[in-house]
Design a protein around this ligand. Structure first.
Ligand SMILES: O=C(O)CCC(=O)C(=O)O
Length: 212
């Protein structure tokens, strides 16, 4: 693994990097995700219930690490890269956006009082891995820090969602802008404050959505 840092932003510890995944490994992740995809949902505010919404247009899959060795390898690499135990990771998700697909502005962390905090605490970090080149659009945008990340195969970003008290970091607000041409595949992993107990695959999808 020869990770190269492309850019950083201190406010949310945003690191833009390349080299964590080869293009072949990106294709492998797409294949693993593509065969289990279903519509994405979100959790609103302090709630335990997820909904489909027009603000998030993509499909999502959580391919099992036991079935796909690539998932295990990526989880291990992320842990080495960020220096946080693998036990703190939620299951890796593969997201697919077709033309017009997007994820409107949102936070990944949970608000105080959310039942989601009971398993592993808050989502202190997010890692997004870009699995293909998008012909046009599909940037990841952070409006408060005026950063736009163009999805390119084999690159990725890491950023903080919470402050030192594990409360929502205002500047971590972000969006997946609409795909104008082509399609977009990404893998996302949320990193909790503490060890996270992975749920059976059919329940993973329910708990893994986040607040708007
Ligand atoms: O698709 C993107 O670029 C952003 C995805 C995202 O915001 C997320 O998974 O939390």
């Amino acid at each position: 693994m020869a990770v190269k840092i492309l850019a950083v932003n201190d406010t949310i510890g945003l690191v833009h990097f390349s080299g964590l995944l080869s293009p072949e490994e990106c294709t492998e992740l797409i294949a693993a995700g593509g065969s289990h995809a279903k519509p994405s949902e979100v959790i609103y505010g302090v709630s335990d219930v997820s909904h489909e919404t027009s603000g998030r247009r993509s499909t999502v899959a959580s391919p099992s690490a036991d079935k796909y060795p690539i998932i295990k390898a990526v989880r291990r690499r992320i842990s080495l890269f960020i220096g946080v135990a693998e036990e703190n990771q939620e299951p890796l998700q593969v997201l697919h956006y077709t033309r017009g697909g997007k994820y409107d502005i949102h936070y990944d962390s949970f608000l105080e009082g959310s039942p989601q905090l009971e398993n592993g605490g808050n989502r202190m970090l997010t890692v997004l891995l870009y699995l293909n080149d998008v012909e046009q659009g599909g940037w990841t945008q952070f409006p408060h820090i005026m950063a736009n990340i163009v999805p390119n195969v084999g690159t990725g970003i890491l950023f903080r969602n919470t402050d030192a008290q594990n409360l929502q970091l205002r500047e971590s607000l972000h969006a997946g802008l609409p795909v104008i041409d082509g399609e977009k595949w990404i893998a996302s992993i949320w990193i909790r404050e503490k060890s996270y107990t992975a749920l059976p695959v059919d329940q993973t999808d329910k708990i893994s959505r986040r607040t708007l």
